[in-house]
Design a protein around this ligand. Structure first.
Ligand SMILES: *Cc1c(COP(=O)(O)O)cnc(C)c1O
Length: 403
């Protein structure tokens, strides 16, 4: 067992944390692969992985070693200098992402901020003074002002007006609504969507990925940027390196974060095609953009995903889990859907309490999104045995819940 240091909490003092999170009454002190452990040593199977973050599982030895080595060598200089690990990480990421330019950010929201800035500058370069971006209902793009304005969820926006202008909302999957918007707003410059809506309930568009092909066609027709938010779907999660790779198209702007650093906070906004060359010297930046430490983590994560064939494992284990769940729950009114290891089980009734039941009765960490969808985001290197354990616990729980 690893040694770990207990946090020195002063139990005679109140918590001073801003109460923005609805927290579960449990904390973990250690993680290994697909498992989390409480201080008393109880083991939990983690089918959430920090919300699609720890794709290589907890405390992957190669990532841990890279962090320890780099932390003991050089953590950060500045983008006033060349950062060799940043250059190397960008080369590796661009290759797997099919992109040309990479800017490292520190989160998903910040990556999308970068995409929004690229779209606006792209418009201004063509003399469009008030460039607009099409976004979708039920989307989630982050919690900063611009990204919460882009988000299609009133709860995220409530209390934070005035919202950032320049977003036009359409129903997710509705191609005609995009074509209609094109007629009404001559100053549209881009479309930003998630290939699969994660927070929205693990949903592809009703017509599937052909929606993305339609968006690509419309963007080409109108000289718009096609921008995909792959903060959650990227980095192997859906059984391809990026979810758009399930299609024949390539977006102009691609954002990611979550799985990129396996828990180390780092994201990226990337461009190819007409997205290239829009941002130039002085247009964008961040003190922490691509630190030596963060960049080395990205390099290592991609290296491990490749060496351990984790994309293939995510695809195979994902289809196995979906097929087994669908079969074993076939007598229940549930809809099982997913790509790779981004899986949703839609129940016929609200089921937020399953989070607590799974944790307390089945030592299983899951998430419920959109009210009635059990969301599974297990590690990409989940084994057959762990997948069976996950399936068995879920089936037992859901059968009892719906009985
Ligand atoms: C999580 C998420 C974000 C926001 O990422 P943060 O790192 O929390 O800022 C944006 N878009 C999608 C699709 C996400 O899943």
């Amino acid at each position: 067992m690893n040694t770990f240091t207990q946090a020195p909490i002063q139990t005679d003092q109140p918590s001073h944390l801003m109460p923005v999170f609805g927290r579960q009454p449990i904390s973990f002190v250690r993680g290994r692969g697909a498992y989390l452990y409480t201080a008393d040593g109880t083991e939990y199977l983690d089918a959430l992985t920090g919300i699609a973050v720890c794709g290589l599982g907890h405390s992957h030895p190669e990532v841990t070693q890279a962090i320890a080595e780099q932390a003991g060598t050089l953590i950060h200089t500045s983008n006033l200098f060349e950062v060799p690990w940043q250059t190397a990480a960008a080369q590796k990421l661009a290759q797997v992402a099919g992109m040309e330019e990479v800017f490292f950010s520190n989160s998903g929201a910040e990556s999308n901020e970068g995409a929004i800035k690229i779209a606006r500058k792209f418009g201004h370069l063509q003399g469009i003074a008030t460039p607009k971006i099409i976004v979708a209902d039920h989307s989630f793009h982050g919690r900063t002002l611009a990204t919460l304005s882009a988000t299609g969820n009133k709860k995220v926006q409530e209390g934070f007006g005035p919202l950032v202008e320049g977003f036009i909302r359409v129903p997710f999957g509705d191609v005609e609504a995009i074509e209609e918007a094109a007629i009404q707003h001559p100053d549209i410059v881009a479309i930003l969507v998630e290939p699969i809506q994660g927070e929205g309930g693990v949903n592809t568009a009703p017509q599937g990925f052909s929606y993305l092909e339609d968006i690509r066609r419309i963007c080409n027709q109108h000289n718009w940027l096609m921008m995909l938010d792959e903060v959650q779907t990227g980095n192997g999660r859906t059984g391809k390196y990026f979810a758009y790779q399930h299609t024949n198209i390539v977006p102009d702007v691609l954002t990611t974060a979550k799985g990129l650093g396996n828990g180390f906070p780092i994201g990226a906004v990337m461009t190819q095609g007409r997205g290239v060359g829009v941002l130039t010297a002085g247009n964008h930046g961040s003190t922490y953009s691509g630190t030596a430490l963060g960049s080395r983590v990205v390099y290592t994560v991609i290296d491990v995903i490749e060496k351990e064939n984790l994309i293939e494992n995510a695809a195979n284990m994902g289809s196995y889990i979906v097929q087994q769940l669908a079969q074993q729950l076939s007598d229940q009114k549930v809809a099982v859907r997913g790509f790779g290891l981004m899986i949703g089980i839609e129940l016929p009734k609200p089921c937020a309490e399953l989070v607590h039941i799974a944790r307390d009765q089945h030592q299983l960490i899951i998430n419920v999104t959109a009210g009635s969808v059990v969301r599974l985001l297990p590690p990409l290197n989940i084994t057959q045995e762990q997948a069976d354990q996950l399936i068995q616990r879920l089936v037992t729980m859901i059968q009892a819940y719906l009985a």
